[in-house]
Write a protein of this length. Structure first.
Length: 413
């Protein structure tokens, strides 16, 4: 009997299939090596948080809060939201667990699923995975430059093609507010030329006009005042030092005054990496400084800077042939000696070898063919008479007595 219509994953989500996993695991290991090697410690925060965290931290006037969050009410009537981004949760954890008492800056990295209700397209999903890095407790420009360089190196090593870096500064929150008033007046003077979406949020968030692709809006912005020209001397000096450090490191970038990012918590440095290989939706990762966010969430005044990069975007931009899982060193074949084969498999794994054993009821001939399909280097054949090791490249077979004999043969030059 049929159990009903075939079920599918919800729109905007995806399954990571066995053929996809080697590339993802390779990227995770790359992050662990690169970020851990730079002194960042791995952390995890809950997949859902109190909705207020994102309303306060991300900004009520942002598209994320207004349009894209998956919000639900639990049985106690509390409003919870599947996390749409990672920085707010990390800052909440920093405050909640008193991490300001630790040696500063506290340097963290994370990997995991995030959720936004937006139109699914290539490399962009409603459930997606991000790598993120945060450094809390220092406003030194070297922290900005270091995190930018770490992301640039990670993306390059991951094989992302046609990579570009855009860089700007939003100044302090006060300078940004003053500039927002100036930009708002400029937009209102030509309001009839703007897109309806930009007109709707002129009062709440005029800087988001820079994200618009609307031709009329772009024309209005062409002669708009520039925030980079309104930076305080301290902000301008900070931005100049970040650029000088990147210049000394040999990292190419473009200063883009229209780069504002989509979250309200950003101050000073903002940046975005794009890949021309992805077409119009070219963003791979980005971030910036958020010196007021921890205080906004109830903590002490704390400087912060960080970034996030999309796992699916990175893999798509890297292109090329998918990575294949490493073949086993040994395939354990057997016919009437299941327990002996199982014990041998366990012992070989304890000695550090990659091992698979027969578990599908094949004949011995079928098992050896399967070992060849797996690209195993050796087959250990277990039977009542003892143990034989076969070299699947040369066809040579010889008796062995113990698991240690197999380990020695596999590891010998």
């Amino acid at each position: 009997m049929s159990g009903g219509p075939r079920l599918q994953a919800p729109r905007g989500t995806f399954d990571v299939l066995p053929g996809d996993s080697p590339a993802r695991l390779s990227l995770f290991n790359l992050c662990q090596g690169r970020l851990g090697g730079a002194g960042l410690q791995y952390t995890e925060t809950p997949i859902f948080e109190d909705t207020e965290l994102f309303a306060r931290g991300v900004g009520e006037a942002t598209d994320i809060v207004q349009k894209e969050m998956f919000t639900l009410e639990d049985r106690a009537g509390r409003s919870l939201t599947l996390r749409p981004e990672g920085t707010a949760g990390v800052c909440r954890a920093y405050v909640e667990h008193g991490m300001h008492k630790l040696p500063q800056p506290v340097r963290l990295w994370y990997w995991g699923p995030f959720f936004r209700h937006e139109a699914p397209q290539a490399g962009r999903y409603r459930q997606f995975n991000q790598i993120g890095a945060e450094a809390l407790g220092s406003d030194d420009p070297s922290v900005d430059a270091e995190l930018i360089l770490l992301l640039a190196e990670l993306l390059a090593e991951a094989g992302v093609r046609e990579l570009r870096l855009r860089l700007s500064s939003l100044g302090t929150a006060e300078a940004r507010r003053d500039y927002a008033d100036e930009l708002r007046a400029h937009l209102l003077a030509r309001e009839d030329e703007l897109s309806p979406e930009v007109r709707a949020r002129i009062e709440a968030n005029p800087l988001r006009a820079f994200d618009s692709a609307h031709a009329g809006t772009r024309a209005v912005l062409a002669d708009a005042p520039r925030l980079l020209d309104r930076l305080t001397p301290e902000d301008a000096e900070h931005f100049a030092e970040v650029r000088a450090l990147l210049d000394e490191a040999g990292l190419d970038y473009e200063v883009d005054p229209s780069l504002v990012r989509g979250l309200d918590y950003y101050t000073r440095t903002v940046f975005e990496f794009t890949s021309d290989a992805l077409g119009a939706q070219s963003g791979v990762g980005g971030g910036g400084r958020y010196d007021g966010l921890v205080e906004q969430l109830g903590g002490p005044p704390t400087a912060g800077v960080g970034w996030a990069a999309g796992v699916e975007r990175i893999l798509l931009a890297a292109g090329g042939e998918p990575r294949r899982q490493a073949p086993p060193a040994v395939f354990v074949a057997w016919e009437d000696s299941r327990r002996t084969a199982f014990d041998l498999t366990r012992r070989l794994r304890q000695d550090g070898l990659t091992v698979q054993m027969e578990q599908a009821g094949r004949s011995l001939k079928g098992q050896l063919k399967h070992a060849d399909r797996l690209r195993a280097r050796f087959a250990a054949v277990v039977d009542d008479d003892g143990l034989e090791l076969r070299d699947l490249r040369t066809g040579e077979a010889r008796p062995v007595k113990t698991a240690a004999d197999i380990v020695d043969a596999v590891r010998s030059p």
